[in-house]
Ligand binder design. Structure first.
Ligand SMILES: Cc1cc2nc3c(=O)[nH]c(=O)nc-3n(C[C@H](O)[C@H](O)[C@H](O)COP(=O)(O)O)c2cc1C
Length: 292
């Protein structure tokens, strides 16, 4: 299916964009107006865009329903300060509750049952229950249109972070497994980061991978190895040499049973290499594949 976004009703546009561009982290924004009335609302059009200076951007859109602007945006136009609270699994239902369209002046800390904790540099309070909070000054608000659904980029510089000691390791670094972020997808879907679904991919920029195009043809064109498998194999500085010290019983058996049939042997070697790659045993997988 090919979609042209210009000829689409907003609800469909929202459907395709929000299901496709996901998961999105959630910024729980605490703001105040000129009179000090507090607002707290979640925004998943949010991300980190710069480390130095430390810049995050989020976007309170014009309401699709009636093209009105959100209280968060109105507050930021009056007082350009925001606390961005990171939302984790422990907070998700209260955070969702805070997204209700309460009338202006209603404090969603109270509605959603969160605790206000004074910030140290700015006027809006922090959400005590959040494990990471960032005190930010707003450096620019860039409207992206005037029609219903148009976003407003709120470009924020983080001035101070507050991090719960409980998610830090002994070096005072954030332990990823301990921060159970939630993220928004399409419609009512969310996902959570936890130990069951976290995995690591080694950064490739410590070395220059040879690239999939440099893999031997029988590996590159394998009917068994997947794109992920090829990606792992090709992230080596050079094609390894056969290691005469590499002994492996499964490999020995494959040779014993399939050496009279090269097609079958290739299939068996590739299947075994795939098993090793699934366990991230890349060197061993290479040794198996080099034997063909
Ligand atoms: C998890 C979550 C993410 C949301 N993300 C956005 C967003 O990125 N932009 C937006 O305009 N509204 C978003 N909303 C809806 C706003 O939170 C909602 O309109 C809220 O009432 C705005 O409050 P305000 O008028 O007090 O600022 C989101 C709601 C939820 C529950």
């Amino acid at each position: 299916m090919i979609l042209d976004l210009s000829n689409m009703v907003n609800t469909d546009r929202q459907h395709y964009l929000q299901h496709a561009i996901a998961p999105r982290p959630v910024c729980f924004a605490s703001t105040v107006d000129n009179d000090g009335n507090i607002n707290l609302s979640p925004f998943s059009f949010f991300n980190l865009f710069s480390i130095n200076p430390p810049i995050v951007i989020f976007s309170p859109s014009r309401r699709v329903r009636d093209n009105t602007t959100k209280h968060t945006l109105q507050n930021l136009q009056e007082v350009p300060e925001v606390v961005i609270n990171i939302v984790d699994y422990d907070m998700i239902h209260q955070t969702s509750l805070a997204s209700c369209e309460y009338p202006k002046g209603v404090n969603e800390f109270i509605k959603a049952g969160f605790t206000q904790e004074p910030a140290t540099l700015i006027r809006p309070p922090m959400v005590k229950e959040s494990k990471v909070k960032m005190e930010c000054k707003v450096i620019e608000i860039k409207p992206l249109g005037n029609e219903a659904g148009a976003g407003n980029l709120v470009i924020c510089e983080i001035m101070r972070m507050h991090i719960d000691e409980a998610i830090l390791d002994e070096r005072k670094k954030i332990e990823q497994q301990k921060l159970h972020h939630i993220a928004r997808l399409g419609g009512d879907w969310y996902c959570v980061v936890n130990e069951k679904n976290l995995f690591m991919v080694e950064k490739p920029n410590t070395q220059l991978g040879i690239g999939v195009d440099s893999l031997p043809a029988h590996i590159r064109n394998s009917k068994i190895l997947s794109g992920n498998d090829l990606g792992k194999l090709a992230n080596q500085q050079s094609i390894p040499d056969i290691d005469p010290a590499f002994h492996d019983d499964t490999l020995k058996n494959i040779f014993q049973y399939y050496s009279i049939n090269p097609d079958e042997m290739e299939k068996e070697l590739h299947s075994y290499a795939k098993e090793l790659l699934d366990k991230n045993l890349v060197n061993e997988a290479w040794q198996v594949l080099l034997n063909f």
